[in-house]
Design a protein around this ligand. Structure first.
Ligand SMILES: [Mg+2]
Length: 306
């Protein structure tokens, strides 16, 4: 079942709140109410609504102030705002739209107009959410892409800085991938990449983030594990890739991949952790491919080739 859309109404008039709650409740929307600007901002942060209906005239904070605060907040700025106001002056409308509101409804509002404007804003929000989601997915493999990885890496790095804990990073690269493309063609190459993506994802826990880093490179962000734990995951991925058979015509492609592992403990920054995983991957390649290398030479994570 689809989760109902959540609408936050911020208005100091209890009549307006009650009316809007009833009208929108009938539409199957989940409605939450705040009776002032400050409580509205707090509720927006807590509830993360899909849409905010915002009264212009309130005693503690004006609707303009609330809108400004919402738009300045990285977490809340994408929530569409519709202003509600008793006055219908063009200056207020223009100012509201300039502040980033998507629409404006004059009170006392007509129930049909309110419903239509709310639904239009929610449709736009839905498309926007899809675009944001698609922008983070690699279309070929369906894995998260590098953009999503870098975002999540920044969050996880900040988390361990604040609260401590472990974080690891795995970099993987398909061995001799150019040969697959040259021998079997690019469509076969795409199939191999999709199979490898699925094999890697199948070994990851819910909290890990397997991603297509680019080309034939895959990266996995591994929270709550040091390099030894992440090394075991990399080894399982290596084995899962080794088991893949992609048949093209009369020939069968048997891809393998090499992996490098690093952890936050040995790196001073998120960038350094990626760099160290990259270096470990390079060692795995030089040592013969189809293997896992740990963060420090001679300290191979969970090696590996039988
Ligand atoms: Mg008011």
């Amino acid at each position: 079942m689809i989760k109902p859309k959540k609408v936050l109404i911020v208005d100091d008039s209890s009549d307006a709140l009650a009316l809007a709650r009833v009208r929108l409740g009938k539409e199957g929307l989940e409605v939450v109410c705040a009776d002032g600007g400050k409580s509205g901002l707090a509720l927006a942060a807590k509830e993360r609504p899909d849409l905010i209906l915002l009264d212009l005239d309130m005693p503690d904070l004006s609707g303009f102030d609330v809108c400004r605060a919402l738009k300045a907040d990285e977490e809340l700025c994408m929530i569409p705002v519709i202003f509600l106001s008793g006055s219908g002056g063009p200056e207020d409308k223009v100012k509201g739209l300039d502040l980033g509101a998507v629409d404006y409804v004059t009170k006392p509002f007509d129930a049909f107009e309110l419903r239509a404007r709310v639904n239009a804003a929610l449709r736009t929000k839905h498309m926007q959410d899809l675009l944001i989601e698609y922008a983070k997915i690699d279309p070929l493999t369906g894995l998260a892409n590098r953009r999503a990885l870098m975002e999540r890496l920044a969050q996880e790095w900040a988390r361990i800085q604040r609260h401590g804990g472990q974080l690891s990073f795995i970099m993987g690269d398909v061995d001799h991938f150019k040969r697959v493309n040259d021998t079997h063609g690019h469509l076969a190459g795409d199939r191999v990449l999709r199979e490898i993506a699925a094999a890697i994802a199948s070994q990851c826990r819910e909290i890990d983030l397997p991603t297509r880093y680019g080309g034939e490179e895959f990266a996995i962000l591994v929270p709550d594990e040091n390099a030894e734990g992440a090394g075991r995951l990399a080894e399982r991925c290596r084995q899962a890739v080794e088991a893949i058979r992609v048949t093209v015509g009369s020939e069968t492609s048997r891809p393998t991949a090499s992996f490098g592992v690093a952890d936050a403990a040995a790196a001073g920054s998120a960038e350094a952790m990626i760099q160290q995983a990259d270096e470990a991957l390079y060692r795995a390649k030089s040592a013969g491919r189809n293997r896992v290398e740990g963060p420090r030479p001679g300290l191979a994570a969970a090696n590996s080739t039988p």
